[in-house]
Design a protein around this ligand. Structure first.
Ligand code: CP
Length: 363
């Protein structure tokens, strides 16, 4: 049994296989219409969603399967205090696969340790969003014909933007990619994302990335093969005044594309608020609605793959315990009091296994 919590749970070979399946589904849709007959997907969404939940549900219906689930925490027994672990133990009796979105970082990982069916992370707080990355990769591949040798500008809320964290991890698996990180100082990419890419590159586990950091979206515009815009994530801000100050940091409009390559590809995981002006929508470089469509194809491919792998051993906790507690208020450990805290060591740094934030065990 396999779960997908982090995009790195899939090898490069498996990403290729998923993209090939998605392209085959697009070309021969009818061939797949009965592939999940008799199977049920549970969509457990503790946080709002349009694309991810509905594309998972459409994916399962188009594979001939059925869907059960909930679209908000308030309509589940989480509102009565039920733990993630208990919820997924029960849902495992009713469904064959789970897609879970949760506002707490690490909740889908906890689910994967306790469910007896595969769990797919459909977005956990400001941490990861691996199936959005599947949509991003297929879109880049379809538009550019490659996933290597790309200069990718990533703009906006790089701190809380979970799609960014997963996309960067994925792009580090391919050769000669350069990432230009464009954000206000307050919303820079978390250091753990860069540290993880660099540590893996040092061990030869990925191809590495070259990073450039700037506050100015236009400075590198002429170099971008891909421009990945993101929304400032209002729901993650403790200080609403800070959100108001930062929310319009970058607004892409037609005038700002003057120096951009003619074949640049503009992506956005959506929803957009006003980071991309509607006057960009008719530009042939605007690919964000195709990206949403590709999300459904990749989710179909992923559901098929995980179900076809069949039964197997439940993932087990891999980490150390000690005298420490993760103090990240956004980590699942902050609300699930019974959850044992674990950390992993990487490159001399100890990190919570659930949220990846640095912890300091006493020993
Ligand atoms: N891209 C994305 O995750 O969109 P939703 O929040 O609508 O699912």
């Amino acid at each position: 049994m396999r779960s997908v919590i982090d995009i790195l749970d899939l090898s490069v070979g498996e990403l290729d296989e998923l993209m090939n399946t998605a392209l085959d589904i697009a070309a021969h849709h009818d061939k797949y219409a009965e592939r999940c007959r008799g199977k049920k997907l549970a969509t457990l969404f503790f946080e709002p969603s349009t694309r991810t939940r509905l594309s998972f549900e459409a994916a399962m219906y188009e594979l001939g399967g059925n869907v059960i689930g909930f679209a908000e925490a308030n309509s589940s027994s989480a509102s009565k205090g039920e733990s993630v672990a208990d919820t997924v133990r029960v849902v495992s009796c009713y469904a064959d696969i789970i897609a879970m979105r949760h506002f707490k970082e690490g909740a889908p990982l906890v689910a994967s340790f306790n469910a007896s069916i595969p769990v797919i992370n459909a977005g956990d707080g400001g941490h990861y969003h691996p199936t959005q990355t599947l949509a991003d990769l297929l879109t880049i591949y379809r538009e550019k014909g490659r996933l290597s040798g790309l200069t990718v500008g990533i703009v906006g809320d790089l701190k809380y933007g979970r799609t960014v964290h997963s996309l960067i991890a994925a792009l580090s698996r391919y050769e000669n990619n350069k990432i230009v990180l464009v954000s206000p100082n307050e919303l820079q990419l978390p250091q753990y994302v860069i540290d993880d890419v660099n540590a893996k590159a040092k061990r030869g586990e990925n191809c590495g990335l070259s990073f450039v950091q700037t506050n100015d979206m236009l400075e590198h515009m002429s170099e971008f093969d891909i421009l990945y815009m993101t929304r400032v994530q209002r729901e993650r801000f403790a200080d609403k005044a800070e959100y108001e100050r930062l929310k319009d940091s970058y607004i892409l409009n037609a005038a700002k594309l003057k120096t951009a390559k003619k074949d640049m590809c503009i992506l956005h995981p959506l929803p957009r608020v006003n980071e991309i002006s509607v006057d960009v929508d008719d530009d042939s470089r605007a690919c964000y609605f195709k990206q949403a469509e590709n999300g459904k194809l990749m989710r179909m491919a992923l559901i098929l793959k995980l179900l076809e792998l069949g039964d197997g051993k439940k993932p087990t906790v891999s980490g150390e315990t000690g005298e420490f507690r993760c103090d990240n208020p956004n980590c699942i450990t902050s609300t699930e009091q019974e959850l044992k805290h674990y950390f992993k060591r990487d490159n001399g740094i100890c990190r919570c296994i659930y949220c990846d934030k640095q912890v300091k065990p006493i020993k």
